[in-house]
Every structure is written in structure tokens, then in C-alpha cells.
Design a protein around this ligand. Structure first.
Ligand code: SF4
Length: 258
């Protein structure tokens, strides 16, 4: 099985991200475990069951570390494109997520006013008004949706919440009125003896219809880049993903393929 990639710090990098540029990561999750409302077959952190335990870090401690890092980078003349909330799970689960966002924006304005603040989220908490409002304040509100059908999401993303349904998430995404980037992982393979594939014509057509309904200001599609906890998954080629999104591109959507 692939070695999981659990970050052992709350501030990560800076690293060069293929999608975001020079990025300083903020891990608002435990340093010794993963906490997520999904358990995606492709999660770079590994399965939830393998990383129990750990507490959310104190917001004050993370903000202090972030300020020290930004001050040091600024003194050293380092470039920075983006401060990215990601890490060992789902950042919006942190109870102080909204105030952390406000404080991060203040630090960004002080040290790197031209840098963006990005949040990579699985969108499970966007129905919470405080989370919704916080995500509206960031530059890149990047929300995952890996399919248009409940059964597909249940299979690929394995939500903890048995009442998860795509319609509720889509309605939450529409409430951003375009101030969001939708991110979708295309993948095929097998899990527990079942075929996994969100790239069939029916899947792609329904997913395109969701994009037309949500109308994000950008769509990011990508496929596997690193080892995955479910080993029986295969990468979808960029050329193929370009075919999936071609109708949306023709309709004027801003689509990036990584
Ligand atoms: S939403 Fe992200 S952190 Fe959570 S299981 Fe999926 S890939 Fe991993």
C-alpha cells in the first residue's frame, strides 16, 4: 500500500503547486492524524481509519506560526503567490475556521498584499452560514465535487454523513453566486470488487449540467498525481479530460486541466 502523506506541521512549505503557484500551506488539522468528512479513495493522506486521534490545533498557535513564517519569508525576499488551506483533512471542520480566515487575510495584507488566500474544501460544511461567509471572504474558494450522482460520490469520496446528497451541496455552491472554483478529480478503477468510474458518458454529461447550474468562475479538473490508498485506480489522461470539458469551454467557462 502507498505510504500516506501526513503533514507533521501546521505550516507547510512554501512549495510549488502545479495548480496554485508558490504556495504556503496552512494545515488546520492535527499534526499527527487526519480528520475529514470524506474518505476519498485517492486521498494523499491515506484512509481515515489509519489516522485516528489528534486534536485540532489551537487557532492562536497556528496564526503565530503563520505570522513568523510570513515575516521571515518577507525579510528573506522570498516570493509568494498564495496562502493555501489544505493539509491533513477538511479545513472547514476546524471550529475557529471563520476567525482564522479573517486573521490570515490581515496577515496577508501586512506581509504579502498581492498574494491570494485559497481554501481547498470538500464542500461538506458550506451549508453552515459561518463557513459560507468565511469562504466568501477568501480569494480562491475551491470546492470539490467529484460527480453528479450520489452513488458516485458515495463510492469515490465515501462521505461520513449517511445523509450526504449532491443536490444539497449543489444548492450550497449556487449560493456563492459564482464566487467559487469547482474542483473535480476524474478517476477510474476498482474498489472492494466494484468498478469505479466518473468518466462514463452519462457521468460526464450530468457533471457538465451541474457546472452549468452552479456557474463557478473557474473549473479545475485533474487526475491522479501521487500514490493512492486504493491502489486499483488509474490516472485519466489530460487529453481525455480536455474532451470532457470541451462543451463547457465552448460555452465560455474558464476551465483548467492539471
Ligand atoms: S476531501 Fe481531501 S482530505 Fe478529505 S478524504 Fe478527500 S482528498 Fe482526503
Amino acid at each position: 500500500m502507498a505510504q500516506p502523506n501526513i503533514f507533521d506541521s501546521n505550516i507547510i512549505g512554501p512549495i510549488h503547486s502545479r495548480r496554485l503557484g508558490i504556495s504556503l500551506g496552512v494545515n488546520l488539522l492535527p499534526k499527527d492524524g487526519k480528520v475529514c468528512s470524506f474518505d476519498c479513495l485517492y486521498c494523499e493522506c491515506g484512509w481515515n481509519r489509519d489516522h485516528r486521534g489528534g486534536h485540532f490545533p489551537e487557532a492562536d498557535a497556528v496564526m503565530q506560526q503563520l505570522e513568523e513564517k510570513l515575516a521571515q519569508m518577507s525579510r528573506d525576499g522570498d516570493a509568494l503567490d498564495v496562502i493555501t488551506f489544505a493539509g491533513n483533512g477538511e479545513p472547514t471542520l476546524h471550529p475557529d475556521f471563520p476567525s482564522v480566515i479573517d486573521r490570515t487575510i490581515q496577515l496577508r495584507d501586512r506581509y504579502y498584499p498581492s498574494a491570494k488566500v485559497s481554501v481547498l474544501s470538500n464542500a461538506t460544511q458550506i451549508g453552515n452560514q459561518r463557513v459560507h461567509d468565511a469562504l466568501l471572504r477568501v480569494d480562491n474558494n475551491i470546492l470539490k465535487i467529484d460527480g453528479a450522482f450520489d452513488a458516485t460520490i458515495r463510492q469515490i469520496d465515501q462521505p461520513n454523513d449517511s445523509t450526504y446528497n449532491v443536490r444539497r451541496v449543489v444548492d450550497g455552491m449556487k449560493a456563492f453566486k459564482g464566487q467559487l472554483i469547482v474542483q473535480t478529480m476524474f478517476v477510474r478503477g476498482e474498489h472492494d470488487g466494484q468498478r469505479v468510474d466518473n468518466t462514463t458518458p452519462a457521468e460526464v454529461a450530468a457533471w457538465c449540467d451541474l457546472m452549468r447550474e452552479i456557474r463557478p468562475h473557474q473549473i479545475m479538473v485533474y487526475s491522479l498525481d501521487r500514490p493512492t490508498p486504493e491502489p486499483n485506480l488509474t490516472r485519466v489522461a489530460k487529453e481525455e479530460m480536455a474532451e470532457f470539458v470541451a462543451p463547457l469551454v465552448a460555452e465560455g467557462f474558464n476551465v483548467s486541466i492539471a
